[in-house]
Each structure stands twice: as C-alpha cells, then as structure tokens.
Design a protein around this ligand. Sequence first.
Ligand code: ADP
Ligand code: MG
Ligand code: MG
Length: 250
Amino acid sequence: MLEVKDLHVTVEGSEILKGLNLTLKAGEVHAIMGPNGAGKSTLSAVIAGKEGYEVTSGSITFKGRDVLEMDVEERAQAGLLLGFQYPVEIPGVKNIYLLKAALNAQRKARGEDEIPAPEFMKLVKEQLAAMKMDPSFLQRAVNEGFSGGEKKRNEILQMLVLQPKLVMLDEIDSGLDIDAMRVVAQGINSLRDPERGILIVTHYQRLLEHVEPDVVHVLVDGRIAKTGDKQLAYDLEARGYDWVLEESAA
Ligand code: ADP
Ligand code: MG
Ligand code: MG
C-alpha cells in the first residue's frame, strides 16, 4: 500500500532523512519509534505533503501512485491523512464546519454529492460518543482552548469521520492520562481494517500495550535502523536505543 524507497529529505539545508525505506501493507498497523530528533515527524510530514521539506532523492508510492507528484490536497483526497494536518488553531472556525468541509472535499474528489446534513450529524454524533467527547466540542473553534487530551481525541474523531486509507498519527499518546489513552487506543483499534494502513509515531511503548502493532520500526538518524514485531517495542522500553545503533553500525 505504502512504499518509501531510499528517501532523502532536507530541512533548511540539513539532511534529516538519509535513505529511509519502509513498506506498509493494507491491513497493517506499524509503529515508528526512535529517539528525539531522529526524523519521525519529518517522515509523516513528508508523506502527508507538508511544506518546508525538500525531497532530494528517493520515492514514495501509495497504491502505486507517485505521492511526491501530488499536492497536499490530492494526498488527503487519495486517503493519506496525518492527524491534525489542519492548522493547529483556526480562530473562529468551528470544529463541525471543518469536519464537514473535509468530508465533502473528499466526496467531491470521488464524484459524490455532499453529505446530507442529517446523515452527517448522525455520523459525527456516533463517533463523538465513541470518543467520549461532549457534543459541545462541535461548536467550539478548532483546538481553541482544547486541552492536550481533547486535541488528541479530536484528532481521532477526525480520522473516524474521514476514514482515510492511510492513518498517520504523530505522538498521539503524548500527554494523555490513562483514561484518555484508552479512549484514543479504542478509536485507533476501531480504524483497523483490511483496506487501511495505520502508521503510529510514538516515543513510548505505553500506547502499544493498547494498540498492538504488526510491525515496529526504529528510526535512528534518518534511517530505519531496525524492524521487528511488537516485542521490539518492549525491548526498546527496557534497553533504550543505543544498542540498536551499535547493532546497525556493526
Ligand atoms: P522526531 O520527530 O524524530 O523527534 P523530527 O522529524 O521532528 O524528529 O526532527 C528531525 C530533525 O530535523 C531534528 O534535528 C530537528 O531539529 C530538525 N527539524 C525538523 N523540522 C525542522 C524545521 N522545520 N526546521 C529546522 N529543522 C527542523
Ligand atoms: Mg521531535
Ligand atoms: Mg516528532
């Protein structure tokens, strides 16, 4: 489904990704772990098409399509979505308006009509309940005055409404208390689907106790230094990252 080959990416003149390879099949959940500054956020941002990253060589394909040829909107419409790709705070723009606009843009790209209002409300209310969010969230401006945990729930809500083909979540677990973590994990688990890929960027193994990854990658210094199964996440938690570096240098 997603194939990243020998990806080199430069940010403001310095090379951040240095020949990164990653293959993700439909139906799989992959976790990307690694030390601070390794390039994890850069990877998800480049796949999503965020500005400010220069791909100097390599390729990204999604369902056989050249992702690097697509602009950020085309990528979203093709089903590649990074959590909170939308501006962190948009003063005055209501959450519900943004969700509906994003959903309708997706439908339009598929040649479908706009979603009828009652159908949209039903869909959103179901997903709000699943995320244990109060309906008043819909009327609030996007992320304005949201707590850290509320932002994360809202990020999953967006995924549940938009149902992207590739879900990318960057640090979705940071700053969550145990209850919020469970709700977020349940949301992610309900997104699991044979037709969908899920890429979770995380520092910690904690989330992975609730969302079982099929594949765990360690990103160190701009490359995938090691790939394994969920056991690898436990090993990293116990042993840190240095041994992976030593192993990959040997
Ligand atoms: P991670 O998510 O693994 O912690 P990042 O992808 O955020 O790592 O960052 C990788 C490196 O790229 C870091 O050294 C960071 O300082 C640098 N970097 C990331 N984004 C920018 C940017 N917009 N401008 C300058 N440097 C950046
Ligand atoms: Mg960082
Ligand atoms: Mg990061």
